[in-house]
Design a protein around this ligand. Structure first.
Ligand SMILES: *[C@@H]1O[C@H](CO)[C@@H](O)[C@H](O)[C@H]1NC(C)=O
Ligand SMILES: *[C@@H]1O[C@H](CO)[C@@H](O)[C@H](O)[C@H]1NC(C)=O
Ligand SMILES: *[C@@H]1O[C@H](CO)[C@@H](O)[C@H](O)[C@H]1NC(C)=O
Ligand SMILES: *[C@@H]1O[C@H](CO)[C@@H](O)[C@H](O)[C@H]1NC(C)=O
Ligand SMILES: [Zn+2]
Length: 666
């Protein structure tokens, strides 16, 4: 808490009240602790020229601990903006815009868990105005002041950071290992790289990057983030709320009228006109890829997200104009055919492959088609319904690809010919390079199932996908070198949040399975000296610098044996009731817990020979959840020294924007 010594005791009482309110589980509106809300809120930094909307709200709670004004919100609120030490100028004059019509609505929320149990929400009436598509070009500090209720005010300090004027890199290759922590990287190194007497004979590619930093991942209004919110921070330099994509969460019902902020992809298009690539092993409307282009309060609006990829945010709410867009990414590769096959998941039930083709896209739907397609056209690659298969199932346990009926064509066959992250990323580089040799390109490539498999407590599949990410980074560096672009490409590798995963010992899976009681099974877990050494065998004699790209093969840098008797023992900081036997889940991704009348319970079909681990989460959760820890940032190439040190997630946006000189008027 900041020092409050100069304030009156009356104010102190008020402040203490807000302090309590902002710490609880349920809040009226996360980033608005007072009855007057300003979005972008206090402590927002902007890139010079970055577009954003302003949303003002004045709240009058009808009941509950904050009840005020008999539930009638002040409709005569005013809003002014002051640059530096200048005078506070009315927003309409400051931005030379018309005053918009006053909007009014009400919403309700639960004050705490008791109110939720009792089913008694508080009702809040709202008066609001929104100013759209604005920007601040002059670096410096700004004070934005909302005045309401005859003397109350909410003040937001905004900073326009001084932008870099010299562009350092032509291209940016931005890798996200979704949910990837240093503990996972350490575990992946253990199983995929040979160690002799405590010395690794080869290293992860991430271990060999030029610069290392770490970033704080928390939300604007909660300490644990989701992937929508954290991607928004990475791509816009703005913290937001869980489930929000490139908007601040307002209190109105519509998910499409919340105040927007411009993303790095939109800025790169608008200011430089370079090529844009989006690659993910998730369904392509999932949060981490969506956050490059989409603007919605609700990440679950998958049809809206693909509409926004193709036509921009203005296309999904005809009453609101958003003067920037991704203009259709040059490359869009991932899963999620359910948003393209005509049906309940596609925009208005239409054939969205056709919608992309009508805008000049080539469409590919298998690894074979991907490697055959030319490099000159915009390309949509959708390789399965839902998320793509995990590396382990694609490469080792291939029978698990059968019986899925997940072909991206929608013909009910299996998507057995799927590319991996490496194949998609290398092809994307070639297309972006062919389409934008001079202006450069920006690509985000996401290893999505590190997160998805950690949620499922499926350590092996998560680490398989982490190793695939590492292999993709290695192959990308080699490929960029081959085509002469490595020196001009900034490569950044990071995560969007963590999971509370770590390895704490070894396990003898054979002994564990042979015991009959939970307590005896646990003696198969060896700690300290008894943790032993890795039972995984890895490809032998492979130079760590052998950058040969072997499409469609396991290649080096992966374990040869995935199911050794002596394996690692790992656990989570947060988990549902489940069982552990530490053996490889051979039959496709793990389902650790299932719902029952009594909430989530251990899945009786998951590791029946294992011992029980009691849950630490609400029984509403049948999976693991995200955790608080900072995550690593690895960077190589021009401008990468800026990524050293400890910083906030939002700083990554500014660092990349500066390397591309996106804050400069071109
Ligand atoms: C607040 O008022 C609304 C509308 O009258 C009502 O539905 C709700 O239960 C009230 N909440 C409390 C906590 O009294
Ligand atoms: C579009 O924006 C308007 C104006 O803010 C809002 O009232 C409306 O609900 C939005 N439409 C949709 C479909 O969300
Ligand atoms: C569905 O069609 C309507 C009317 O043509 C359009 O306004 C809306 O944006 C479409 N929805 C999606 C998700 O494309
Ligand atoms: C790299 O390793 C592969 C085997 O994975 C081998 O075929 C190739 O010849 C090696 N290349 C170099 C340059 O050593
Ligand atoms: Zn997650």
């Amino acid at each position: 808490m900041p020092a409050l010594s100069s304030r009156t005791s009356a104010l102190l009482v008020v402040f203490a009240g807000f302090g309590l309110a902002s710490a609880q589980t349920f809040r009226r509106l996360g980033a608005c602790p007072t009855l007057g809300c300003v979005f972008p809120p206090d402590q927002t930094d902007f890139l010079a020229g970055q577009l954003f909307d302003i949303r003002l709200e004045v709240h009058a709670p009808v009941n509950g601990s904050e009840a005020s004004n008999n539930g009638v919100p002040d409709e005569k609120f005013t809003f002014c903006i002051q640059n530096g030490k200048g005078s506070c100028t009315d927003v309409t004059k400051f931005f030379k815009v018309q005053d918009p019509v006053l909007e009014k609505w009400s919403f309700s929320y639960f004050e705490d868990l008791f109110a939720k149990d009792a089913g008694t929400p508080n009702l809040v009436n709202v008066a609001s105005k929104a100013y759209r598509g604005l920007s601040l070009t002059k670096p410096g500090t700004y004070t934005a002041k909302l005045s309401y209720n005859g003397g109350s005010s909410t003040v937001a300090k905004w900073v326009v950071r001084k932008p870099a004027t010299k562009r350092k890199a032509k291209n940016v290759l931005f890798f996200i290992g979704d949910g990837m922590t240093q503990a996972m990287i350490t575990a992946a190194r253990l199983i995929a790289h040979k160690s002799v007497n405590g010395n690794y004979q080869s290293l992860m590619q991430m271990d060999q990057m030029e610069n290392l930093g770490h970033q704080m991942t928390h939300s604007i209004d909660s300490f644990i983030t989701d992937s929508a919110n954290s991607a928004t921070a990475l791509y816009t330099g703005k913290k937001s709320s869980v489930n929000a994509l490139n908007v601040y969460a307002d209190s109105s019902k519509s998910a499409l009228d919340d105040p927007k902020v411009e993303t790095i992809a939109e800025l790169f298009r608008r200011r430089i006109g370079g090529a844009l690539g989006i690659v993910s092993t998730a369904y392509i409307a999932d949060a981490t890829p969506a956050a490059l282009c989409a603007h919605t309060r609700d990440r679950g609006q998958s049809a809206i997200v693909v509409t926004e990829y193709l036509n921009g945010a203005s296309a999904v709410n005809s009453t609101l104009h958003w003067p920037t867009s991704c203009e259709g990414p040059d490359v869009l590769f991932g899963g999620g055919a359910e948003q393209f096959i005509p049906g309940s998941g596609s925009p208005n039930g239409t054939d969205y492959y056709k919608a992309f083709q009508a805008k000049g896209y080539k469409v590919v739907r298998s690894n074979t088609e991907l490697s055959a397609v030319g490099n000159k056209d915009k390309t949509l690659g959708i390789f399965s319904i839902s998320n793509l298969a995990k590396w382990l199932d694609r490469n080792v346990l291939k029978d698990n690809l059968k019986g899925q009926k997940n072909s991206p064509t929608g013909d009910g066959t299996d998507a057995t010919d799927q590319p991996g992250l490496k194949e998609m990323t290398i092809k994307a580089i070639d297309i972006l390079q062919a389409r934008s040799k001079n202006k450069g390109w920006f690509m985000m490539s996401e290893a999505a199932s590190i997160d998805k498999m950690m949620h499922a407590l499926d350590y092996d599949r998560a680490l398989g996908d982490l190793l695939e990410l590492d292999d993709t980074i290695r192959a990308s560096i080699a490929h960029l070198k081959k085509i002469g672009e490595l020196e001009d490409t900034l490569i950044v590798v990071t995560a969007d949040h963590g999971h509370g995963f770590d390895v704490f010992g070894g396990a003898d899976t054979k002994y564990l399975a042979a015991q009959t009681t939970d307590r005896k099974k646990r003696s198969a877990v060896g700690t300290y000296a008894a943790s032993g050494s890795s039972g995984y065998t890895v490809a032998d004699g492979m130079s760590p610098n052998n950058n040969t790209i072997v499409f469609g093969s396991q290649g080096p840098n992966f374990p040869v044996t995935w199911n050794p008797r002596y394996t690692f023992a790992a656990g989570f900081g947060a988990n549902p009731d489940h069982r552990e036997d530490y053996a490889l889940q051979t039959k496709g991704p793990r389902v650790p817990a299932v719902s029952s009348a009594d909430g989530a319970v251990a899945n009786p079909n998951d590791k029946p020979d294992g011992f029980s681990v009691p849950g630490t989460l609400s029984v509403d959760e049948s999976q693991g959840v995200h955790s608080l820890q900072d995550v690593s940032v690895f960077a190589s190439g021009p401008g990468s020294e800026a990524f050293r040190g400890v910083y906030n997630s939002v700083d990554i946006f500014f660092k990349i924007a500066d390397v591309l000189a996106l804050g400069k008027t071109h």
